[in-house]
Design a protein around this ligand. Structure first.
Ligand SMILES: Cc1cc2nc3c(=O)[nH]c(=O)nc-3n(C[C@H](O)[C@H](O)[C@H](O)COP(=O)(O)OP(=O)(O)OC[C@H]3O[C@@H](n4cnc5c(N)ncnc54)[C@H](O)[C@@H]3O)c2cc1C
Length: 438
């Protein structure tokens, strides 16, 4: 392979520039002399562009930005952004408990376009290991790097029964805002009861894409469930908890993750209340004829196309019966999955995967693989099974980036020593006694 763009070997190449790798890039640029480059396929920064809808807000606080938790002096903090954009005082006067996704996205784009180690319009197509370094083939040429940081994010997850019908009438929520839509006079169904489903529901309800004939919101969950944002719940999103989590048995890890689902995968109280109030106003105050149905406890099990519209079979977990529903437009707010990045194809056989085919990961977010003594492969947003529920969230991204950089540099570039947490998750002496007894 001819390496036409860069003769020298990068210390680290990043693959993908979403918020997570952007955080690594921002901290590397200000705190190290390393030669790094982060490659992003898109022409400019964009953060889930199809879901940047009206009235959508962050689930996390703005101080959980790219850098602040480990380097509050960084020029790439959210506060620096406010000052640079000359809106600091108005931001304070607005008394925002949570900011809009539009503003956080604008902040991320602002940071990304200042960083000299981020390269847009450069999709990584293939990575080959030479035994000494990685050869990285991008749409803009080839590069060599000693180490990698994979941050390619997730892709829309589409239920099997919907796959044959994907079109402008049946599509994933991630596509929602990417083109003009007109739902006037249509029967619209939203499938999925998480935050994206709620955001789209509220926008359809408010006529964002025209006055619909009817609106159904179908969810497998037992109700439209709130995000658990209580004070002690937030302890799951601390370095101390993650450090404890990493040392747990893998079956215990899985049951913790299952039990904590609503700490990151529920709907914010603010969104639920907006929806409830809007429904109350329309149907109990203005007395509109009912054109909205809330349908929890149902799983979509079959989808058939019928003369330009769709017939949806849903299994009702309460009645234990199959129900039939009709719709003209079906929006799949059915979440995201994380396939292995295509560009890692030739490296995959060298990776140490667990019995479920998931990446083996060290506590420092390094993939376990056969070349790790010489060359490191880090991955962000790829280890919920190993690091817990905070892994796909923004809460700890700056801390995780600092941990990666300390490991890459083999010295404490950032002081990330843990303090005592509020909760004592594991008491060492008792663990030893229990282990002896069993
Ligand atoms: C609508 C939405 C709202 C969210 N809101 C919150 C929130 O409020 N708080 C919170 O904590 N979490 C939130 N999350 C969860 C999480 O923080 C985000 O999904 C976040 O974007 C994950 O960042 P990432 O960097 O892993 O991936 P992504 O943001 O998906 O970025 C990955 C990037 O990699 C690029 N890429 C992929 N393959 C290649 C390749 N081969 N070569 C080059 N580039 C490539 C893609 O183009 C993309 O830009 C939200 C998620 C969604 C979907």
């Amino acid at each position: 392979m001819e390496l036409n763009n860069q003769k020298e070997c990068l210390d680290l190449a990043g693959v993908g520039v979403g918020p997570f790798n952007l955080s690594v890039a921002a901290l590397l640029e200000t705190n190290t002399q390393l030669n790094t480059c982060f490659f992003e396929g898109r022409e400019s920064f964009s953060w889930h562009p199809g879901l940047l809808l009206d009235n959508t807000n962050m689930q996390t606080m703005f101080l959980k930005d790219l850098v602040t938790a480990v380097n509050p002096q960084s020029p790439y903090s959210f506060l620096s952004y406010l000052v640079n954009q000359k809106k600091f005082y108005r931001f304070l006067s607005a008394e925002l408990n949570c900011i809009s996704r539009h503003e956080f996205s604008d902040y991320l784009a602002w940071a990304s376009h200042q960083l000299s180690n981020v390269q847009f319009d450069s999709r990584v197509e293939h990575i080959e290991y030479t035994g000494e370094a990685f050869e990285i083939q991008t749409t803009q040429g080839s590069y060599l790097a000693k180490n990698l940081c994979i941050g390619t994010g997730k892709v829309p997850s589409i239920p099997e029964c919907a796959k044959p019908h994907i079109s402008d009438k049946v599509f994933h929520a991630a596509e929602m805002g990417l083109r003009d839509r007109d739902f006037t006079g249509k029967r619209v169904m939203i499938v999925g009861g998480g935050q994206s489903g709620a955001d789209i529901f509220l926008n359809v309800l408010n006529g964002k894409w025209g006055k619909v004939k009817s609106l159904d919101w179908l969810s497998r969950r037992s109700n439209f469930q709130p995000l658990d944002e209580a004070a002690f719940t937030n302890e799951f999103f601390t370095p101390e908890y993650v450090e404890t989590f990493v040392g747990l048995e893998s079956s215990v890890k899985q049951s913790e993750i299952d039990a904590q689902k609503l700490t990151s995968d529920g709907i914010t109280q603010a969104a639920l209340l907006s929806i409830y109030r809007e429904l109350y106003h329309r149907f109990d105050v203005l007395k509109e004829d009912k054109w909205v149905r809330l349908l929890p406890h149902r799983s979509m099990s079959a989808l058939e196309s019928k003369a330009g519209s769709f017939s949806v079979q849903a299994l009702n977990a309460l009645s234990q019966q199959a129900e039939m529903h009709e719709a003209d437009i079906i929006i799949l707010a059915t979440g995201f999955s994380a396939p292995y990045p295509q560009c890692l194809k030739s490296i995959m056989p060298m990776l140490d995967l667990d019995e479920n085919g998931r990446y083996g990961m060290t506590e420092n977010f390094e993939l376990k693989w056969e070349g790790s003594a010489k060359n490191k492969i880090f991955a962000v947003n790829a280890g919920m099974h190993s690091h817990g529920i905070a892994e796909p969230q923004l809460s700890l991204m700056a801390w995780r980036s600092a941990r990666i950089i300390n490991q890459l540099c083999q010295k404490p570039v950032f002081d990330i020593d843990s303090d005592k947490g509020m909760i004592e998750w594991v008491t060492e002496s008792l663990v030893t006694e229990y282990a002896k007894a069993s």
